[in-house]
Design a protein around this ligand. Structure first.
Ligand SMILES: CC(C)(COP(=O)(O)OP(=O)(O)OC[C@H]1O[C@@H](n2cnc3c(N)ncnc32)[C@H](O)[C@@H]1OP(=O)(O)O)[C@@H](O)C(=O)NCCC(=O)NCCS
Length: 167
């Protein structure tokens, strides 16, 4: 894994920890289990099955957040097929015990810097319209609402498509 950023962070309501932002090496299949695990602990239904995790590890971009040496969060990113100078954030997740402590904004800031450094001009993502914490996180970081996606056939929940320029 490639070290991209590191900092000592005073967690909200807690101690200071060493936080590292890492980029997975291409094809590091050993990380697939961690990606599946974070996803299973993040959403009502699995959005990153193992096969998808392996595909993104080989063909997309995977970033990880480590606290005191343990992986606590991940981001899966892709390149837009129609607009190859734009990125798509496919999945963002922190393990439950690490949410609400200031790590989400830190992870997103470092991610946006990394995607801009790759030369991407903008980034898009989908977020459940009921996911108020994630929506707040993204809008605080400068994402704006583009459109709604169609309602989920089971839950009826719609996703919002958000976008942010990267220069
Ligand atoms: C989404 C996620 C990455 C956010 O990281 P986090 O460190 O928990 O985020 P924070 O606690 O800093 O919360 C982000 C913002 O939402 C606000 N917030 C928290 N709970 C909220 C709620 N129920 N309603 C509205 N806003 C809320 C926080 O106050 C904060 O805003 P502020 O900085 O302006 O005060 C993390 O919670 C997570 O992994 N969740 C599960 C997976 C997920 O939903 N991923 C995103 C899918 S697109």
């Amino acid at each position: 894994m490639k070290l991209m950023q590191e900092a000592q962070v005073a967690l909200a309501g807690g101690r200071a920890v060493d936080v590292r932002f890492l980029r997975a090496e291409r094809g590091d299949d050993a990380l697939a289990s961690a990606l599946v695990d974070i996803d299973l602990q993040s959403f009502v239904e699995a959005t990153v099955p193992r096969a998808v995790a392996e595909i993104v590890l080989h063909h997309g971009m995977v970033h990880l957040l480590e606290v005191d040496g343990a992986i606590v969060g991940s981001v899966l990113s892709l390149r837009d097929w129609e607009r190859p100078d734009e990125g798509v954030i496919a999945s963002v997740g922190l393990l439950p015990g690490w949410r609400g402590r200031g790590l989400g904004p830190r992870l997103l800031t470092w991610l946006l810097e990394a995607l801009a450094a790759e030369g991407l001009s903008a980034v898009t993502l989908h977020v459940g319209s009921n996911n108020r914490r994630a929506l707040q996180l993204y809008e605080d970081a400068g994402f704006t609402r583009l459109r709604h996606s169609p309602p989920d056939p089971v839950s009826g929940e719609r996703s919002l498509v958000l976008r942010r320029a990267l220069h």
